[in-house]
Design a protein around this ligand. Structure first.
Ligand code: ADP
Ligand code: MG
Length: 831
């Protein structure tokens, strides 16, 4: 081992001659190998500096500085020795000492320049062969590293790819490529291994050479040590000789001179040996440095090789693993493929079997179907033949069906004709029966209605009840008149308990006969306040005959609507002082005339009398409302006026039978007569007397007409009053008349009650026989009304009229007299 600078052997201090030789440095010691200077062109990497290449890690070591310091440290012992030698003569100012000092300084500078020169030469010469080899190796290593990195990246890619089982040849191609690549890589690895082994060999060789160099260096060092030893021994001897010579004073000078002469020679030899020594030391240091670096390089190269080997092994194992994985995948894919093929084959076999079975079934079916097909074909042919003959068949069938239908229609027609004939006969029979019924009941029927006692009757004896009834016979009424009981028999008597509906039921048959084309007259007769208007019109809550009659007509008409088409029209008129006025007209003051129809039918009509066509009870109410609104403005004392006039509601029912074309016209006259009280007897005068005379005249005329009709006289005096003349067609022929005689039950009205009931009974009793009828009627007519005549002519006080209960005070919202006002001739229904 070469000693370091720090452990430099002071015993082997170079002689002065050696030091001196250093001053002539730059020339190599004879026999010492020195690296030949390499031309810059011969350098492998001319762009790279030698220092950089030498260190190999980009770190420039201050080589010059080190050598300088080593030179200085090498010169230091020599100077120390010189100082020791010039203990006596090396005093300050001694020329020898000065010389030595200068010599030392010079040597120092020489050393520095030599070191610089060495470093320069080194840089110029470039690296050694080993360095070049090392550089090559580094480059090669770098290349290998890059190759490995590439392999690594490829392997990563392979790993990153999902291990999807290959189904086509694409993966197998890829795997083949990979396999090729693997083999290439393996080849490269083998090559690299070979290269590595070569490099190892080279390194080995270099190591051997280094070992040789080291041996030689050791030899040199040993030689140098021996030389130093020898020189130091000689120097010691010289010192001893000098010392002994100094001790001998006289001959000393001589000796000194001799020594000085010899000393120069010695010094020269010393300096030479020192220089050689120095040079050798430098060489050794240099070689050591080179060796160290080489060792380091070798070590790093070993490490690198080991790393590379480890990496190669790792990659190999990685490759092997990948290869194994790939093989496994291929194996599993192969297995999957085989399994799928087997399954598909098994399935196909099963399916084939099923198909075969189906085929066999179909074959058997076909075999069984063939006879059925044959029969079907036969059927089809038969049907085809039938179809060909079908139009003819159809024609025949149609002809026969037509004939049958025609026959059926004829039968139905004849049936219908028969039914129609029967129906007409039934209708006639019904009418005949009805007529017979009415005839049996009497064409003119008289009923009495007793109103209840009201507040208007007052209190006291005058307001006591004077009327009683027979509990077993509803046609008997008893009146207590002036203490004497008087009984009357009529068609029917209604007590105060009887409701509006009870009374209406009695007249219902008459009203329905109007639909069948009969003319009907219903009169309310009696003194004022006896309940005529109540019975005919009633109240809003409890309507009278008028409204109920129209309701009944509407419902009956609706029932027959499937066969008959009916039109119902209404007119309202008033007869006051023998003047006929239209209650629905626009000009109530206008006097209407009754005229004969110009067609010569003998029918009467009232030109200008307004008619409203009605279809429901609502329409009727509208008509009444309209009349009432207008009439309240016409008469200031409506109640008074209404008791002095006859109010007529004329309902005409036109019917057409849809099947027969039969036409019917029935007229229903609902008459609220003026008060029957004997005004003349109470001494009325002026307008009141005139009113009374007109009322008496008209009521007498009515009595006369009814008497004439009952006794079936040839002449009926219709023209004696406007009332009878207007109702002529409704009183004659098959017409039916009903008179409701209204009476008051209280004591104070017994005279008028008696008179009304007598009038009623007489009307009814006339019917018993034509002869007697006529006679009785004549006597009644002459007796009663003629009896009144003088009274009429002699003005009497009108106390009776005023004494009538409720006169001038009663007001009923349903009253036609109040409701209807005169209006225009013929207008649409008011809305
Ligand atoms: P007229 O018309 O004969 O002059 P009204 O019909 O005006 O008599 O009747 C006079 C009064 O008697 C009215 O207040 C009426 O309400 C009442 N009245 C008449 N008849 C009845 C009856 N059956 N039930 C209840 N009140 C009646
Ligand atoms: Mg009245």
């Amino acid at each position: 081992m070469v000693p370091s600078r720090r452990t430099w052997n002071l015993g082997a201090t170079p002689s002065l001659r050696g030091l001196w030789r250093v001053g002539r440095a730059g020339e190599p010691e004879p026999g010492m190998a020195r690296p030949a200077p390499a031309s810059p062109a011969a350098r492998p990497f001319p762009h790279t500096g030698p220092g950089r290449l030498r260190t190999g890690r980009g770190r420039d070591s201050p080589a010059g500085g080190d050598e300088d310091s080593s030179t200085r440290s090498a010169a230091r012992p020599a100077l120390a020795q010189c100082r020791a030698l010039s203990v006596d003569w090396a005093s300050p100012g001694s020329p020898h000492r000065l010389y030595l000092t200068l010599q030392v300084e010079h040597l120092k500078q020489k050393l520095i320049s030599q070191a610089q020169e060495v470093s320069r030469l080194r840089s110029e010469l470039g690296g050694t062969d080993l360095e070049k080899h090392r550089d090559l190796l580094i480059v090669e290593n770098e290349r290998l590293r890059q190759e490995m990195r590439r392999c690594e990246a490829e392997l990563q890619d392979m790993r990153a790819k999902p291990a999807v089982p290959c189904t086509g040849c694409e993966h197998s191609q890829e795997s083949a490529q990979l396999r090729d690549k693997l083999s290439q890589l393996q080849l490269e690895v083998a090559e690299n291994k070979g290269l590595l082994s070569e490099l190892n060999l080279e390194v080995q060789q270099k190591t051997d050479r280094l070992a040789e160099v080291e041996l030689r260096l050791k030899d040199c060092l040993a030689e140098k040590a021996q030389e130093e030893e020898r020189l130091s021994r000689r120097l010691r001897d010289s010192h001893e000789t000098i010392a002994s010579l100094r001790a001998q004073s006289p001959p000393v000078k001589y000796v000194m001179k001799t020594v000085e002469v010899e000393s120069s020679k010695t010094k020269q030899a010393l300096s030479e040996s020192q220089a050689r020594n120095q040079h050798l030391q430098e060489q050794v240091a240099m070689q050591r440095q080179v060796l160290k670096e080489m060792e380091q390089q070798l070590q790093s190269s070993h490490q690198l090789t080991a790393q590379l080997r480890a990496q190669i092994t790792m990659y190999e194992s990685e490759l092997e693993r990948a290869h194994g994985q790939m093989l496994e995948e291929m194996q599993s894919l192969e297995e999957d493929k085989n399994r799928a093929i087997e399954e598909a084959f098994a399935r196909a076999q099963v399916e084939m079997k099923a198909v075969h079975e189906n085929l066999a079934g179909v074959r058997t079916n076909l075999l069984t179907l063939q006879p059925a097909l044959r029969t079907l074909t036969n059927d089809y042919n038969g049907l085809k033949r039938q179809v060909r003959g079908f139009p003819l068949l159809l024609q025949e069938a149609l002809k026969s069906v037509k004939a049958e239908i025609g026959q059926a229609i004829d039968e139905v027609n004849s049936n219908n004709q028969e039914l129609l004939r029967k129906y007409r006969r039934e209708l006639q029979l019904r009418k005949k029966c009805h007529n017979e019924l009415v005839r049996l009941k009497g064409n003119i029927r008289v009923i009495a209605r007793v109103r209840p006692v009201t507040k208007e009757d007052g209190e006291g004896p005058e307001a006591t009840n004077a009327v009683t009834f027979d509990p077993d016979d509803d046609s008997i009424i008893h009146l207590l008149h002036k203490g004497k009981p008087v009984s009357f028999e009529l068609d029917k008597v209604f007590s105060p308990k009887a409701s509006q509906q009870d009374v209406f039921q009695e007249v219902q048959a008459l009203i329905t006969s109007c639909i069948d084309g009969f003319n009907v007259c219903i009169f309310a007769y009696g003194q004022t306040g006896a309940g005529k208007t109540y019975t005919m019109e009633g109240t809003l809550e409890n309507p009278g005959i008028n409204q109920r009659a129209l309701q009944l007509l509407f419902s009956e008409v609706q029932e027959k609507a499937s066969d008959w088409e009916y039109t119902i029209t209404v007119s309202a008129a008033e007869i006051y002082n023998e003047v006929l006025r239209d209650l629905l007209g626009q000009e109530p003051q206008e006097k209407l005339e009754i005229r004969l129809c110009p067609d010569g039918s003998g029918q009467l009509y009232v030109p200008g009398l307004t008619e409203f066509q009605v279809q429901s009870v609502e329409d009727i109410n509208k008509v009444f409302e309209f009349g009432h609104t207008n009439r309240t403005t016409e008469f200031t004392n409506l109640n008074e006026h209404s008791s002095r006039s006859h109010a007529l509601l004329i309902v005409t029912v036109h019917g057409v039978d849809g099947s027969t074309g039969l036409r019917t016209t029935g007229k229903l006259n609902l008459v609220d007569l003026a008060g029957s009280e004997r005004v003349g007897k109470s001494g009325a005068e002026g307008s009141r007397l005139r009113e009374a005379q007109h009322i008496n005249k008209s009521l007498s005329a009515l009595g006369d007409v009814i008497a004439a009709l009952r006794s079936r006289q040839g002449h009926v005096p219709f023209r004696n009053s406007k009332l009878t003349y207007l109702l002529q067609d409704s009183l004659s022929g098959d017409s039916k008349t009903l008179m409701v005689v209204q009476v008051s039950p209280v004591e104070k009205n017994t005279s008028e009650t008696l008179y009304s009931l007598k009038f009623a009974e007489r009307v009814r009793s006339v019917e018993l026989g034509p002869g007697s009828r006529r006679a009785e009627l004549v006597s009644w007519s002459s007796q009663e009304h003629l009896e009144w005549e003088p009274a009429c002519q002699t003005p009497q006080p009108s106390a009776r009229a005023h004494s009538a209960p409720g006169s001038g005070t009663t007001s009923r919202p349903g009253s036609i007299r109040r409701k209807l006002q005169p209006s225009g001739k013929s207008r649409p229904l008011p809305v």
